[in-house]
Design a protein around this ligand. Structure first.
Ligand SMILES: *Cc1c(COP(=O)(O)O)cnc(C)c1O
Length: 426
């Protein structure tokens, strides 16, 4: 594969777009080389501008649980577009999608739709502060909650628990209102609550973490977080933007049987269009304007095209066989990978949760961010580029999870396993 066309397009893009992209991870900085420009996608396969086909496990970073260009989603979006693309006024579809979301997530009695996961988590944080009258937010190291100031925060050094900015432009005084603790470590979390409990507005977490590879915490950890929040009057925010609809039909809250106070959704609920949401009990959500005093708004929120894609996607996922089938495909692939690892004896392991999966270049499954940093990144990058040569498009970083879609057939999975075997050969 020559990538000539992608190289040309990337060079042109670099003259007009910052870094040639509109979201940093697309630039392939982590794995090196030129990002591939895509021309089209259908089902499990994407076609590059160079004319090469790839089996896709990025799936737009998770949203495309039905695969690319699902005919019913395409039809729904076209039908909606023909009737007007935006009104900035209420439409029936918004209520329809909210009802559907509620059938999957009973804890989301009331919902507010927004356009991105970043907006959803940013509003969730404001709601937690507005509803409790407290200022501190707790997050875990390695969890990604979008690009808002309060959440672009890294762990402070040494004994200092208050966070420091993870980006230029985030004020230290804003970052200091976010406490960062290691993932999957209940005693570290207990210590933070013992020290700051009365000031903590909310604890935000990816209840299955998909932004440091894929980490599935102990169920006792998640129930422990619920207890800590209850004991100290803090709100528990599940950021299920990525793991929603993927680790269980009703997300991690169903998987662990824990009811959060606020849930953030994104990715899958839009079926590939810009939709995200936050929601919780009717009483808590009554703090949001226009019912309450916590302000949040959006010109294109609840957009007809996006709602149509979301409704169609969730309707198709309402079939309980859908979740079962996509999980079975993932298990099939992951078991195949385990068999390959066994014969090659490479220090490699593979994690799965529902329709999410991740290969780690380390012998044992990481439990937190520090473990992931010990992976063999060089081997990952070599493997990554061999997989491209063998026609498989994986997430371009050891820190990212891969996804499965309902469009991945058994033949697709067999081709993928063959590519993995070839790519792991010395
Ligand atoms: C992707 C993601 C976000 C941010 O969503 P955007 O739509 O990219 O703004 C937030 N939280 C989690 C867990 C995510 O995976």
């Amino acid at each position: 594969m020559a990538f000539d066309q992608s190289k040309q397009l990337f060079s042109d893009a670099n003259n007009h777009l910052v870094g040639g992209v509109n979201s940093p991870v697309r630039a392939f900085k982590s794995v090196g080389g030129t990002p591939i420009f895509f021309e089209s996608g259908e089902g499990a396969v994407v076609l590059s501008e160079d004319g090469d086909a790839y089996i896709d496990y990025v799936l737009s970073w998770g949203p495309l649980l039905l695969g690319h260009a699902h005919p019913k989603v395409v039809q729904a979006v076209c039908d909606a577009a023909a009737k007007g693309t935006s009104f900035g006024a209420p439409t029936a579809r918004e209520t329809e999608l909210a009802k559907l979301v509620n059938t999957f997530y009973p804890s989301m009695e009331k919902v507010r739709f927004v356009n991105s996961g970043t907006e959803a988590t940013m509003a969730a944080v404001r709601l937690a502060r507005g509803a409790t009258g407290r200022s501190l937010i707790v997050k875990c190291d390695g969890c990604y909650h979008g690009a808002s100031d309060s959440l672009l925060v890294a762990a402070g050094s040494g004994a200092q628990t208050l966070g420091t900015p993870n980006s230029a432009g985030v004020l230290p005084e804003v970052a200091a209102k976010t406490i960062v603790v290691p993932y999957n470590d209940l005693s570290a979390m207990s210590t933070v609550f013992a020290e700051h409990g009365d000031d903590i507005a909310g604890l935000i977490i990816e209840p299955v973490a998909g932004n440091m590879g894929l980490i599935v915490p102990d169920a006792s950890y998640i129930s422990g977080l619920r207890e800590l929040c209850d004991r100290h009057g803090a709100l528990l925010i599940f950021d299920e933007v990525m793991c929603g609809f993927r680790v269980a039909q009703g997300g991690a809250q169903q998987l662990f049987n824990i009811v959060p106070d606020i849930t953030c959704l994104g990715k899958v609920i839009g079926g590939g269009l810009p939709v995200a949401a936050y929601g919780g009990s009717a009483t808590l959500m009554a703090h949001i304007a226009p019912e309450g005093s916590v302000y949040q708004a959006g010109t294109l929120s609840g957009n007809p095209l996006a709602m149509a894609a979301g409704i169609t996607t969730l309707s198709l996922l309402s079939d309980s066989q859908a979740f079962k089938r996509v999980t079975e495909s993932t298990t099939y692939l992951v078991e195949g990978i385990k068999a390959i690892i066994k014969v090659t004896n490479i220090p490699l392991c593979v994690q799965q949760c529902g329709s999410m999966w991740c290969l780690f270049f380390t012998p044992t499954l990481p439990q937190n961010l520090a473990d992931v940093t010990h992976c063999d990144f060089n081997s990952f990058n070599i493997f990554y580029h061999k997989m491209l040569e063998n026609g498989v498009y994986l997430a371009p970083s050891q820190y990212e999870a891969n996804f499965m879609s309902l469009a991945h057939t058994e033949e697709t999975l067999e081709l993928t396993l063959r590519a993995i075997s070839l790519s792991l050969e010395p």
